[in-house]
Design a protein around this ligand. Structure first.
Ligand code: COA
Length: 290
């Protein structure tokens, strides 16, 4: 994988033991910016979200907000390491949930502090497009990280679920709300109440994932989409994301009003002039992203 450094060292992604960020050009021909791939890297624990991962994830979101040249974030889980001799390989995982070992002895005060303003919310609040690249288990907090991204692409060996009920719990990183918005009230209840896992095809059928592809095709598929999205006006993308999100909180009439204002506001942007002129000239728009 080609790794690129940003021109300004200050804008290089934060490094950590449990996450890895690589930068990739949006175009091979022109310098139009980059997309970032954030890999959660605890494959021996199926990339479970411990405190270290959550802190690192939050730091990456803060960095993404500032890194102007980085236009799209892809979130992935590290693949399994080769097993020690005589041992079975660990399964593929996007993220198998919050790290359950950190629940031992935890009380409500501890969890309130830990879960308030958490990294999954930081990912959700990011103004830039986000894609979950899911290969393997996306359970509990893993399903919720995926639900906090704008688009979910899964390999056909992936499995989704909210098994917290098996621990005497319910989801705590937003699945009761964001999963519900994706799959609907009845299916969200079923998933949260049974804790059952569903295969990628079923996840696709119910609207939890956008596309299902073969494991070998996953990266190319996601990267092509990241490049496609990242090559658009980042200003229009930001306004579009904010406006679609408004649909989650507002009624139809109010939401259409928000869209009308957002649409109108783009007519004062440089990128609208650039995009419209490029169409008339039959040329490629060179966005100012403003
Ligand atoms: N938290 C902490 N550790 C986890 C974990 C989690 N959520 N999910 C998996 N792991 C660890 C296992 O403890 C194991 O560690 P070890 O090898 O040091 O013992 C390792 O990851 C591999 O998992 P294992 O259970 O051996 O793999 P499996 O193929 O038998 O089963 C799962 C895979 C996903 C079905 C199983 O790991 C599981 O149910 N995980 C928990 C899922 C969950 O409840 N998530 C919601 C948490 S709120």
């Amino acid at each position: 994988m080609k790794k690129k450094r940003l021109a300004s060292a200050a804008m290089n992604p934060p490094e950590s033991e449990v996450t890895n960020v690589t930068l990739h050009p949006l175009s091979d021909e022109k310098d139009i910016g980059m997309f970032a791939v954030l890999t959660i890297n605890r494959p021996d624990k199926l990339n479970a979200l411990n405190t270290e991962v959550m802190d690192a994830l939050k730091a990456v979101c803060q960095w993404m907000d500032q890194a102007d040249d980085v236009r799209v974030l892809v979130v992935a889980g590290a693949p399994p390491l080769p097993p020690p001799e005589g041992k079975r390989s660990k399964p593929h995982a996007f993220v198998a949930g919050a790290d359950i070992t950190e629940f031992v002895g935890a009380d409500s005060h501890h969890i309130r502090t830990k879960f308030s303003d958490n990294a999954v919310e930081a990912l959700w609040k990011l103004g830039k497009p986000t894609i979950a690249m899911v290969d393997g288990f996306a359970l509990g907090g893993g399903c919720e990280v995926a639900c906090s991204c704008d688009v979910r692409i899964a390999s056909d060996r992936s499995t989704f679920g909210t098994p917290e009920i098996n621990l005497g719990l319910i989801p705590g990183y937003g699945a009761t709300q964001r999963l519900e918005r994706l799959v609907g009230y009845g299916k969200a209840h079923e998933m949260i109440m049974t804790g059952d896992m569903i295969a990628a095809d079923e996840a696709h059928r119910i609207g939890l994932v956008n596309h299902v592809v073969k494991p070998d095709d996953l990266e190319a598929f996601v990267f092509a989409m990241a490049r496609r999205i990242g090559s658009k006006s980042s200003h229009a993308l930001k306004v579009g994301k904010r406006t679609v999100r408004a649909a989650l909180d507002l009624g139809l009439t109010e939401g259409v009003g928000v869209e009308a204002e957002a649409f109108a506001s783009l007519f004062d942007s440089e990128d609208k002039d650039i995009g419209v002129q490029a169409f008339l000239d039959r040329s490629e728009p060179e966005w100012k992203h403003g």
